[in-house]
Write a protein that binds this ligand. Structure first.
Ligand code: FE2
Length: 395
Protein backbone atom coordinates (compact mmCIF):
# COMPACT_ATOMS: atom_id res chain seq x y z
CA UNK A 1 0.00 0.00 0.00
CA UNK A 2 1.00 3.59 -0.48
CA UNK A 3 1.66 5.28 2.81
CA UNK A 4 3.00 8.33 4.58
CA UNK A 5 5.05 7.97 7.72
CA UNK A 6 6.15 10.66 10.11
CA UNK A 7 6.89 10.35 13.79
CA UNK A 8 8.31 13.59 15.22
CA UNK A 9 8.70 12.44 18.85
CA UNK A 10 12.30 12.74 19.98
CA UNK A 11 13.34 9.70 22.00
CA UNK A 12 15.95 10.00 24.74
CA UNK A 13 16.62 6.42 25.68
CA UNK A 14 18.78 4.89 28.37
CA UNK A 15 19.27 4.03 32.02
CA UNK A 16 19.59 7.23 34.03
CA UNK A 17 18.09 9.50 31.35
CA UNK A 18 15.49 10.85 33.81
CA UNK A 19 18.08 13.41 34.97
CA UNK A 20 17.65 15.19 31.65
CA UNK A 21 13.99 15.96 32.31
CA UNK A 22 14.50 19.52 33.60
CA UNK A 23 16.70 20.51 30.69
CA UNK A 24 14.26 19.04 28.18
CA UNK A 25 11.18 20.63 29.78
CA UNK A 26 12.78 24.07 30.13
CA UNK A 27 12.89 24.32 26.35
CA UNK A 28 9.09 24.46 26.40
CA UNK A 29 8.49 26.78 29.35
CA UNK A 30 8.97 27.38 33.06
CA UNK A 31 5.65 26.10 34.38
CA UNK A 32 4.87 22.42 34.01
CA UNK A 33 1.96 20.23 34.98
CA UNK A 34 2.98 16.73 36.05
CA UNK A 35 0.32 14.12 35.36
CA UNK A 36 0.61 11.01 37.53
CA UNK A 37 -1.49 8.00 38.46
CA UNK A 38 -2.26 6.61 41.89
CA UNK A 39 1.05 7.57 43.47
CA UNK A 40 3.43 4.68 42.79
CA UNK A 41 5.92 7.19 41.34
CA UNK A 42 5.97 8.87 44.72
CA UNK A 43 6.50 5.61 46.61
CA UNK A 44 9.40 4.62 44.34
CA UNK A 45 11.10 8.02 44.53
CA UNK A 46 10.77 8.63 40.78
CA UNK A 47 8.59 11.68 41.35
CA UNK A 48 11.17 13.30 43.65
CA UNK A 49 13.94 12.69 41.14
CA UNK A 50 11.85 14.25 38.39
CA UNK A 51 11.12 17.29 40.56
CA UNK A 52 14.77 17.65 41.49
CA UNK A 53 15.69 17.75 37.82
CA UNK A 54 13.00 20.36 37.12
CA UNK A 55 14.08 22.56 40.03
CA UNK A 56 17.69 22.50 38.88
CA UNK A 57 16.52 24.18 35.68
CA UNK A 58 14.16 26.63 37.39
CA UNK A 59 10.99 24.89 36.20
CA UNK A 60 7.97 25.22 38.51
CA UNK A 61 5.29 22.56 38.60
CA UNK A 62 1.75 21.72 39.60
CA UNK A 63 0.34 18.23 39.87
CA UNK A 64 -2.57 16.46 38.28
CA UNK A 65 -2.65 13.31 40.39
CA UNK A 66 -4.86 10.23 40.61
CA UNK A 67 -5.38 9.56 36.92
CA UNK A 68 -7.00 6.12 36.90
CA UNK A 69 -5.89 3.03 35.01
CA UNK A 70 -8.28 3.12 32.02
CA UNK A 71 -8.25 6.94 32.30
CA UNK A 72 -11.62 8.65 32.53
CA UNK A 73 -12.78 11.68 30.59
CA UNK A 74 -13.50 13.30 33.98
CA UNK A 75 -9.75 13.22 34.71
CA UNK A 76 -9.11 14.91 31.38
CA UNK A 77 -11.60 17.67 32.26
CA UNK A 78 -9.98 18.09 35.68
CA UNK A 79 -6.44 18.18 34.22
CA UNK A 80 -7.36 20.69 31.53
CA UNK A 81 -8.86 22.98 34.18
CA UNK A 82 -5.66 22.84 36.23
CA UNK A 83 -3.58 23.56 33.13
CA UNK A 84 -5.76 26.59 32.33
CA UNK A 85 -5.97 27.92 35.91
CA UNK A 86 -2.26 27.51 36.53
CA UNK A 87 -1.29 28.77 33.07
CA UNK A 88 0.97 25.78 32.43
CA UNK A 89 3.35 25.90 29.47
CA UNK A 90 4.03 22.20 29.19
CA UNK A 91 2.71 18.85 30.44
CA UNK A 92 4.83 16.00 31.79
CA UNK A 93 3.27 12.53 31.81
CA UNK A 94 5.05 10.50 34.48
CA UNK A 95 3.61 7.00 34.60
CA UNK A 96 2.13 4.26 32.46
CA UNK A 97 -0.14 4.34 29.44
CA UNK A 98 -3.08 5.81 31.29
CA UNK A 99 -1.22 8.89 32.51
CA UNK A 100 0.35 9.41 29.09
CA UNK A 101 -2.97 9.06 27.26
CA UNK A 102 -4.70 11.39 29.70
CA UNK A 103 -1.86 13.94 29.43
CA UNK A 104 -2.10 14.03 25.64
CA UNK A 105 -5.83 14.70 25.66
CA UNK A 106 -5.48 17.20 28.52
CA UNK A 107 -2.98 19.10 26.36
CA UNK A 108 -5.54 19.52 23.60
CA UNK A 109 -8.44 20.08 26.01
CA UNK A 110 -6.56 23.02 27.55
CA UNK A 111 -7.38 24.93 24.35
CA UNK A 112 -10.98 23.78 24.01
CA UNK A 113 -13.95 25.06 25.96
CA UNK A 114 -16.32 22.24 25.01
CA UNK A 115 -16.54 18.75 26.49
CA UNK A 116 -13.26 16.96 25.64
CA UNK A 117 -15.24 13.75 25.00
CA UNK A 118 -16.15 15.48 21.72
CA UNK A 119 -12.57 14.79 20.59
CA UNK A 120 -12.85 11.04 21.16
CA UNK A 121 -14.13 8.81 18.38
CA UNK A 122 -17.48 7.36 19.30
CA UNK A 123 -19.78 6.08 16.63
CA UNK A 124 -17.24 6.43 13.82
CA UNK A 125 -16.39 10.08 14.19
CA UNK A 126 -15.37 12.78 16.60
CA UNK A 127 -17.51 15.87 17.07
CA UNK A 128 -14.47 18.10 17.44
CA UNK A 129 -10.97 17.79 15.97
CA UNK A 130 -8.39 19.64 18.08
CA UNK A 131 -6.20 22.25 16.42
CA UNK A 132 -3.85 23.21 19.23
CA UNK A 133 -2.23 21.51 22.21
CA UNK A 134 0.23 22.12 25.00
CA UNK A 135 3.57 20.38 24.42
CA UNK A 136 3.70 17.00 26.15
CA UNK A 137 6.83 15.26 27.48
CA UNK A 138 6.36 11.58 28.29
CA UNK A 139 8.34 9.70 30.94
CA UNK A 140 7.05 6.11 30.87
CA UNK A 141 7.39 4.03 34.03
CA UNK A 142 5.87 0.93 32.45
CA UNK A 143 6.61 -0.76 29.12
CA UNK A 144 3.30 -1.54 27.45
CA UNK A 145 1.18 0.86 25.46
CA UNK A 146 3.78 2.62 23.32
CA UNK A 147 1.88 5.81 24.08
CA UNK A 148 5.18 7.53 24.91
CA UNK A 149 5.98 7.99 21.23
CA UNK A 150 2.75 7.92 19.26
CA UNK A 151 -0.22 10.20 18.65
CA UNK A 152 -2.99 8.03 20.04
CA UNK A 153 -4.82 8.08 23.35
CA UNK A 154 -7.54 5.84 24.77
CA UNK A 155 -10.11 7.35 27.13
CA UNK A 156 -13.14 5.92 28.93
CA UNK A 157 -16.44 7.69 29.40
CA UNK A 158 -17.62 6.96 32.93
CA UNK A 159 -21.27 7.61 32.15
CA UNK A 160 -21.71 5.59 28.97
CA UNK A 161 -19.09 2.89 29.70
CA UNK A 162 -17.62 3.46 26.26
CA UNK A 163 -13.86 3.25 25.90
CA UNK A 164 -12.61 4.79 22.71
CA UNK A 165 -9.69 6.71 21.29
CA UNK A 166 -8.31 9.72 19.51
CA UNK A 167 -5.53 9.63 16.96
CA UNK A 168 -4.23 12.99 15.78
CA UNK A 169 -0.70 14.04 14.73
CA UNK A 170 -1.07 17.01 17.06
CA UNK A 171 -0.86 14.58 19.98
CA UNK A 172 2.65 13.32 19.30
CA UNK A 173 4.69 13.99 22.44
CA UNK A 174 7.55 16.41 21.82
CA UNK A 175 10.02 14.23 23.69
CA UNK A 176 9.91 10.78 25.31
CA UNK A 177 12.44 10.27 28.09
CA UNK A 178 12.68 6.50 28.22
CA UNK A 179 14.62 5.34 31.25
CA UNK A 180 14.48 1.55 31.85
CA UNK A 181 15.51 2.11 35.49
CA UNK A 182 12.04 3.51 36.08
CA UNK A 183 10.47 0.16 35.20
CA UNK A 184 12.40 -2.11 37.59
CA UNK A 185 9.82 -1.65 40.33
CA UNK A 186 6.92 -2.77 38.15
CA UNK A 187 5.50 -5.97 39.73
CA UNK A 188 5.53 -9.27 37.88
CA UNK A 189 1.87 -9.28 36.90
CA UNK A 190 1.89 -5.82 35.35
CA UNK A 191 5.20 -6.52 33.63
CA UNK A 192 3.55 -9.56 32.03
CA UNK A 193 0.41 -7.65 31.02
CA UNK A 194 2.63 -4.99 29.43
CA UNK A 195 4.47 -7.64 27.41
CA UNK A 196 1.14 -8.97 26.16
CA UNK A 197 0.04 -5.46 25.15
CA UNK A 198 3.29 -4.93 23.22
CA UNK A 199 2.96 -8.23 21.36
CA UNK A 200 -0.71 -7.60 20.58
CA UNK A 201 0.04 -4.17 19.07
CA UNK A 202 2.30 -5.84 16.56
CA UNK A 203 -0.09 -8.75 16.00
CA UNK A 204 -2.99 -6.48 15.11
CA UNK A 205 -1.18 -5.30 11.98
CA UNK A 206 0.42 -8.67 11.32
CA UNK A 207 -2.85 -10.59 11.31
CA UNK A 208 -5.26 -7.86 10.19
CA UNK A 209 -3.17 -6.03 7.60
CA UNK A 210 -2.95 -6.38 3.84
CA UNK A 211 -1.01 -9.07 1.99
CA UNK A 212 2.43 -8.49 0.49
CA UNK A 213 4.30 -6.76 3.32
CA UNK A 214 7.39 -8.99 3.72
CA UNK A 215 9.62 -6.36 5.36
CA UNK A 216 6.93 -5.36 7.85
CA UNK A 217 6.26 -9.06 8.55
CA UNK A 218 9.87 -9.58 9.57
CA UNK A 219 9.88 -6.40 11.70
CA UNK A 220 6.74 -7.61 13.45
CA UNK A 221 8.11 -11.11 14.02
CA UNK A 222 11.34 -9.60 15.36
CA UNK A 223 9.47 -7.46 17.87
CA UNK A 224 7.37 -10.44 19.01
CA UNK A 225 10.36 -12.79 19.33
CA UNK A 226 12.30 -10.24 21.38
CA UNK A 227 9.30 -9.29 23.52
CA UNK A 228 8.88 -12.99 24.34
CA UNK A 229 12.55 -13.56 25.10
CA UNK A 230 13.21 -10.44 27.15
CA UNK A 231 9.68 -10.19 28.51
CA UNK A 232 10.15 -13.61 30.05
CA UNK A 233 13.44 -12.44 31.62
CA UNK A 234 11.93 -9.20 32.93
CA UNK A 235 9.11 -11.16 34.59
CA UNK A 236 11.51 -13.62 36.22
CA UNK A 237 13.95 -10.93 37.40
CA UNK A 238 12.55 -7.43 37.58
CA UNK A 239 16.00 -5.99 38.21
CA UNK A 240 17.39 -7.31 34.91
CA UNK A 241 18.04 -3.90 33.40
CA UNK A 242 18.99 -5.27 29.99
CA UNK A 243 15.68 -7.14 29.75
CA UNK A 244 13.76 -4.11 31.05
CA UNK A 245 15.46 -1.89 28.48
CA UNK A 246 14.74 -4.21 25.58
CA UNK A 247 11.12 -4.65 26.60
CA UNK A 248 10.77 -0.89 26.83
CA UNK A 249 12.28 -0.40 23.41
CA UNK A 250 9.97 -3.09 22.07
CA UNK A 251 6.98 -1.20 23.48
CA UNK A 252 8.00 1.89 21.52
CA UNK A 253 8.73 0.24 18.18
CA UNK A 254 5.59 -1.91 18.48
CA UNK A 255 3.33 1.11 18.16
CA UNK A 256 5.22 4.14 16.91
CA UNK A 257 3.90 3.56 13.41
CA UNK A 258 7.02 2.03 11.88
CA UNK A 259 5.98 -1.64 12.00
CA UNK A 260 2.54 -0.63 10.73
CA UNK A 261 3.75 1.47 7.77
CA UNK A 262 1.96 0.34 4.62
CA UNK A 263 0.20 -2.47 6.46
CA UNK A 264 -3.22 -0.83 6.93
CA UNK A 265 -3.52 -2.02 10.50
CA UNK A 266 -6.88 -2.78 12.03
CA UNK A 267 -7.27 -3.67 15.68
CA UNK A 268 -10.22 -5.96 16.45
CA UNK A 269 -8.54 -7.54 19.52
CA UNK A 270 -8.14 -4.07 21.00
CA UNK A 271 -11.69 -3.04 20.19
CA UNK A 272 -13.12 -6.14 21.90
CA UNK A 273 -10.81 -5.70 24.89
CA UNK A 274 -11.77 -2.02 25.24
CA UNK A 275 -15.42 -3.04 25.47
CA UNK A 276 -14.55 -5.42 28.30
CA UNK A 277 -12.30 -3.10 30.28
CA UNK A 278 -14.77 -0.21 29.97
CA UNK A 279 -17.31 -2.32 31.86
CA UNK A 280 -15.00 -4.14 34.26
CA UNK A 281 -11.96 -1.89 34.70
CA UNK A 282 -9.76 -4.80 33.70
CA UNK A 283 -6.05 -4.14 33.11
CA UNK A 284 -5.75 -3.68 29.34
CA UNK A 285 -2.90 -6.17 28.81
CA UNK A 286 -4.66 -8.82 30.92
CA UNK A 287 -7.79 -8.40 28.82
CA UNK A 288 -5.73 -8.80 25.66
CA UNK A 289 -4.23 -12.05 26.99
CA UNK A 290 -7.77 -13.40 27.21
CA UNK A 291 -9.15 -12.00 23.95
CA UNK A 292 -5.98 -12.54 21.89
CA UNK A 293 -5.83 -16.33 21.67
CA UNK A 294 -9.63 -16.59 21.37
CA UNK A 295 -9.71 -14.11 18.50
CA UNK A 296 -6.71 -15.78 16.84
CA UNK A 297 -8.45 -19.18 16.77
CA UNK A 298 -11.43 -17.51 15.11
CA UNK A 299 -9.33 -15.57 12.58
CA UNK A 300 -7.00 -18.49 11.76
CA UNK A 301 -9.87 -20.29 10.05
CA UNK A 302 -10.11 -17.39 7.61
CA UNK A 303 -6.41 -16.92 6.97
CA UNK A 304 -4.60 -20.14 7.92
CA UNK A 305 -1.41 -19.45 5.93
CA UNK A 306 -0.68 -16.29 7.89
CA UNK A 307 -1.08 -18.13 11.20
CA UNK A 308 1.09 -20.97 9.92
CA UNK A 309 3.79 -18.40 9.11
CA UNK A 310 3.49 -17.04 12.64
CA UNK A 311 3.86 -20.54 14.13
CA UNK A 312 6.88 -21.33 12.03
CA UNK A 313 8.77 -18.07 12.30
CA UNK A 314 7.99 -17.02 15.86
CA UNK A 315 7.84 -20.40 17.60
CA UNK A 316 10.00 -22.47 15.22
CA UNK A 317 7.25 -25.05 14.85
CA UNK A 318 7.78 -27.61 12.12
CA UNK A 319 5.33 -27.59 9.21
CA UNK A 320 6.06 -31.24 8.36
CA UNK A 321 2.97 -33.29 7.68
CA UNK A 322 0.58 -30.54 8.80
CA UNK A 323 -1.88 -28.43 6.91
CA UNK A 324 -1.69 -24.65 7.42
CA UNK A 325 -4.57 -24.49 9.88
CA UNK A 326 -3.18 -27.26 12.11
CA UNK A 327 0.21 -25.55 12.20
CA UNK A 328 -1.43 -22.16 12.79
CA UNK A 329 -3.43 -23.54 15.72
CA UNK A 330 -0.24 -24.99 17.22
CA UNK A 331 1.31 -21.52 17.04
CA UNK A 332 -1.66 -20.08 18.91
CA UNK A 333 -1.30 -22.83 21.54
CA UNK A 334 2.38 -21.91 21.94
CA UNK A 335 1.54 -18.24 22.30
CA UNK A 336 -1.15 -18.98 24.87
CA UNK A 337 1.28 -21.21 26.80
CA UNK A 338 3.76 -18.30 26.89
CA UNK A 339 1.10 -15.97 28.25
CA UNK A 340 0.26 -18.47 30.99
CA UNK A 341 3.94 -19.00 31.76
CA UNK A 342 4.48 -15.30 32.46
CA UNK A 343 1.32 -15.16 34.59
CA UNK A 344 -1.35 -13.69 32.33
CA UNK A 345 -4.97 -14.85 32.61
CA UNK A 346 -6.24 -16.44 29.40
CA UNK A 347 -9.88 -17.05 30.32
CA UNK A 348 -12.65 -14.62 31.27
CA UNK A 349 -13.65 -16.69 34.28
CA UNK A 350 -10.17 -16.13 35.76
CA UNK A 351 -10.95 -12.41 36.03
CA UNK A 352 -14.51 -12.94 37.22
CA UNK A 353 -16.28 -12.09 33.96
CA UNK A 354 -19.26 -14.21 32.91
CA UNK A 355 -21.45 -14.24 29.81
CA UNK A 356 -24.17 -11.88 31.07
CA UNK A 357 -23.11 -8.86 29.00
CA UNK A 358 -21.67 -10.55 25.90
CA UNK A 359 -24.20 -8.91 23.54
CA UNK A 360 -23.39 -5.53 25.04
CA UNK A 361 -19.61 -5.95 24.66
CA UNK A 362 -20.13 -7.06 21.06
CA UNK A 363 -22.27 -4.01 20.33
CA UNK A 364 -19.75 -1.67 21.99
CA UNK A 365 -16.77 -3.27 20.23
CA UNK A 366 -18.37 -2.76 16.83
CA UNK A 367 -19.34 0.83 17.59
CA UNK A 368 -16.20 2.69 16.65
CA UNK A 369 -14.35 1.07 13.78
CA UNK A 370 -16.95 -0.61 11.61
CA UNK A 371 -17.88 -1.12 7.97
CA UNK A 372 -21.15 -0.15 6.23
CA UNK A 373 -22.76 -3.33 7.46
CA UNK A 374 -21.90 -2.49 11.05
CA UNK A 375 -19.20 -5.17 11.31
CA UNK A 376 -16.11 -4.63 13.43
CA UNK A 377 -13.25 -4.04 11.01
CA UNK A 378 -10.55 -6.67 10.97
CA UNK A 379 -9.52 -9.64 8.94
CA UNK A 380 -12.15 -10.97 8.71
CA UNK A 381 -14.71 -8.28 9.58
CA UNK A 382 -16.80 -9.45 12.53
CA UNK A 383 -20.53 -9.36 13.08
CA UNK A 384 -21.73 -9.01 16.67
CA UNK A 385 -22.55 -12.74 16.45
CA UNK A 386 -18.89 -13.46 15.59
CA UNK A 387 -17.73 -11.35 18.54
CA UNK A 388 -20.05 -13.22 20.89
CA UNK A 389 -18.68 -16.50 19.52
CA UNK A 390 -15.12 -15.37 20.30
CA UNK A 391 -16.14 -14.24 23.79
CA UNK A 392 -17.83 -17.59 24.45
CA UNK A 393 -14.66 -19.42 23.46
CA UNK A 394 -12.75 -17.27 26.00
CA UNK A 395 -14.97 -18.22 28.95
FE1 FE2 B 1 -2.86 -1.90 23.63
Amino acid sequence: MNFEFQNPTKIIFGAGSLVQLGEVVSEYGKKAMIVIGGGSVKRTGVFDKAVESLKAEGVHYVECADVEPNPRITSVVRGAQIAKDEKCDVIIALGGGSTMDAAKVIGAAAFYDGNPWNMILHGQEAIYVPTKTLPVITVPTLAATGSEANCGAVITNDDTKIKSFIQNPLLFPKVAIVDPELTVSVPQDHTAYGVCDIITHVMEGYFNGVDGTPIQDRFAEGVIINAIEYGRKAVVDGNDLEARGLVQWASIVALNGWVQAGVHMLAPMHMIEHALSAHHDLTHGAGLAIIGPAWMRFAARHRPERFAQFAQRVFNLSPKGKDALTLGMEGIEAYEAFLREIGCPTKLTEVGIGDELFEQYAKDAALVVRDEEGRLLGRPPMTTKDIVEVLKSAL
